[in-house]
Design a protein around this ligand. Sequence first.
Ligand code: MD3
Ligand code: FE
Length: 196
Amino acid sequence: WQEPLASGAVILRRFVQGDDDALFREINRIATQSPFIHRITPGGVKMSVAMTGCGAAQWLSGRDGYLSNAESLPLSDTLLAVAQRAAIAADYPDFVPDSCLINRYAVGSKMTLHQDKNERDLHQPIVSVSLGLPAVFLFGGRQRSDKTNKVLLEHGDVVVWGRESRLCFHGISPLKPGIHPLTGPYRFNITFRKAL
Ligand code: MD3
Ligand code: FE
């Protein structure tokens, strides 16, 4: 089922439940080629979230923005199909992602409030897929100081962010300990973007 989360944002609960094995295999395949790393923020702090990805553009640490990356695997048909199926369900039928970023959360990993604004065309939505342990997702408004709402993101949930919600501040509360039957002690989040 589907609920509006904010203007322009839609949660598709359990949307990829049936694709979870295939998605987890994709994560492991990508991580074999590009291992998860803990990036350093522009402020010099090592992130608690580990990251990898595939596709045309990968996140650059240190400075803002994306780096075209010929070294990374292309977006597979499996990943592209999931992203587009979700985008269509959320009424973004023209979405063609070129990049996929994968975040891995262990116990205590968190993501502080931030905006995603390094993609070239901010009219393009972002599709986010959650797998494994649940996490409390925080989202606010366009100003860091705006009031935040909380929503639990669980295994198989997809959120599509666009239009008015695209520049909302958002983050993830520290992951609580647990063991998920598919992913073990981790939560994974896959974001699909048109970065270039
Ligand atoms: C709202 N990831 O990778 S996904 C990120 O769960 C990121 O790993 C979080 O924030 C995670 O940048 C949250 C949900 C999400 C992703 C992108 C957004 C929400 C968003 C972009 C704009 C607004
Ligand atoms: Fe983000």
